[in-house]
Ligand binder design. Sequence first.
Ligand code: AMP
Length: 212
Amino acid sequence: MKLIMLGAPGAGKGTQAQVLAQALAIPTISTGEMLREAIAVGSELGRSAQKLLDQGQLVPDEVVTAMIAERVQQSDCQLGFILDGFPRTVAQAQALDEMQVQIDLVLMLEVADENILTRLAGRRVCSGCGTSYHTVYHPTETPGICDRCGKHVIRREDDDPVTVTERLRVYHERTEPLKSYYQEKGILKIVIGQEQITDTTNQTLNAVGLAR
Ligand code: AMP
């Protein structure tokens, strides 16, 4: 199954993608994660992307499209994959169509902007495996330490309130038009993000036919 997770930053795409990846035994492909890795190793791509990420701006379409084109060719993607954070513009969605990648389902996670601001203020991510936590809604068992891999959890630099406001603006302007793009193709399903993660997860599993 080939899936796209659509939604604002902090809507829960990464968390839901992780649940689905496990349930469907397919990999999650996160362009944000790939870019942060490139920044961490100091590659040329990382150096050119860093400022854009810090400012909450999008990396150019051709850069992320090339990353995805290469990634989906890898052997672990043969049975399907979940795209988390790609496409983010109509041009990226068109590029995906041109790659002849047949998407089965686009899950759109809808969360009101005011809830996004609260969510991102408390969001923490593991510096090792990238697992998402929240200081109030989903804390780690041991403060500051990832439940899955034992590495430190940190606050992403682009989760500061000023950058979040800009990321939300960019989301509404550049990414939200993808809702009608995929609605017109008849492959969009909407999941309303709930306060309790397990409630959202149940809806997500339902949407892919894996009701619990
Ligand atoms: P994310 O982890 O998905 O929130 O992405 C973090 C940041 O990486 C975004 O704010 C953008 O700067 C950049 N980014 C990730 N995916 C894309 C994409 N598909 N197109 C452009 N920029 C992206």
